[in-house]
Ligand binder design. Structure first.
Ligand code: MBD
Ligand code: FE
Length: 311
């Protein structure tokens, strides 16, 4: 039997009590948001006639998500990270802020405090001797094409198995993570290994949710960036390597046309030697354009709890 009780005065009064409307303390914003969230969920339970079994299995799933620190992984899978970007893009458009390389999501696998290098860095620890060498370079410029000397380029990416150091304890500290200070011509250079795509762990709570939706948990091979310079807007972005089967089918919805970059195989021995390499390699070029701003808040990444590796 399907009953409908959501619109009764009892339920409406009950929601106000639950959301603390009758209490003087607490946060007014929290009360308003919780009231709206709970009302939407109560109504959903009524409309879909959610059974106690279904409700408690959802609670159990959330407990599992929390235990495995999986919420940060489910969030992009459910599009929240990209949705926040869509809102920031819309705000930029409404304010007439144009220009600059597009943003895309930070993701859950950043770790603060990576070593800083001048102009050039080797990102991999050398333990993977079978993966293709990646030579990653680019120039940071303003919207008029002028190089931004000394821009900070922070890079992080996965290894050949799609794992990130810190979260994957088999890797060395800060493997595949560096901050590179661009040279006087705004250029940065990094030697690394070509990353593989990432896959949500099989059987994890996030995987269970995606499977209920008939979806996969795969990301294309990608490289994350934070790029900043005084007087310019901080940029959080990623590049996707072209040709990956998931480039346009990313479970985290981070791909943007302007951020798909060719990986170019170079076999010329002279080119290799110029870069201090002794064999064929794959070159990835990512030039970045930063928009100018006087607003100090726009010059730094937004606040968010982030992992920090113990020294
Ligand atoms: C990743 O490497 C990532 O960047 C995101 C957004 C989600 C899961 C794994
Ligand atoms: Fe990633």
């Amino acid at each position: 039997m399907t009953v409908k009780i959501f619109d009764t005065p009892e339920v409406q009064d009950f929601l106000k009590t639950v959301a603390g409307f009758e209490q003087p303390g607490g946060s007014e914003r929290a009360k308003q948001i919780l009231h709206r969230l709970l009302a939407d969920l109560y109504r959903l339970i009524d409309d879909f006639d959610v059974t106690p079994e279904e409700f408690w299995s959802a609670v159990s799933l959330m407990n599992e998500l929390g235990k495995g620190t999986q919420f940060g992984l489910l969030a992009p899978g459910l599009g929240f990270d990209h949705y926040l970007d869509m809102r920031l893009d819309a705000e930029d458009e409404a304010r007439g802020r144009t220009g600059g390389t597009p943003r895309t999501i930070e993701g859950p696998l950043y770790v603060a405090g990576a070593p800083v290098a001048e102009g050039e860095a080797r990102l991999d620890d050398g333990s993977d001797t079978t993966s293709e060498v990646m030579w990653l370079t680019g120039q940071v410029r303003d919207v008029n094409g002028n190089p931004i000397a000394g821009a900070q380029v922070e890079v992080w990416h996965a290894n050949a198995k799609g794992g990130y150091s810190f979260f994957d304890p088999s890797q060395s500290q800060y493997n595949l993570r560096r901050t590179i200070t661009a040279d006087s011509d705004g250029r940065y250079r990094a030697r690394s290994i070509i990353p593989s795509g990432y896959g949500v762990p099989e059987g994890s709570p996030t995987d269970q949710v995606l499977k209920l939706l008939g979806r996969h948990g795969q990301r294309p091979a990608h490289i994350h960036f934070f790029i900043s310079a005084p007087g310019h807007r901080h940029l959080t972005t990623q590049i996707n390597l072209a040709g990956d089967r998931y480039t346009w089918d990313d479970f985290a919805f981070a791909t943007r046309e302007e951020l798909v970059v060719d990986a170019k195989r170079i076999e010329d021995a002279q080119e290799a030697r110029l870069r201090g390499l002794d064999g064929p390699f794959t070159e990835v070029v990512f030039d970045v354009e930063l928009a100018a701003t006087d607003d100090a808040e726009q010059q730094v990444r937004h606040k968010r709890p982030r992992a920090l590796e113990a020294a």
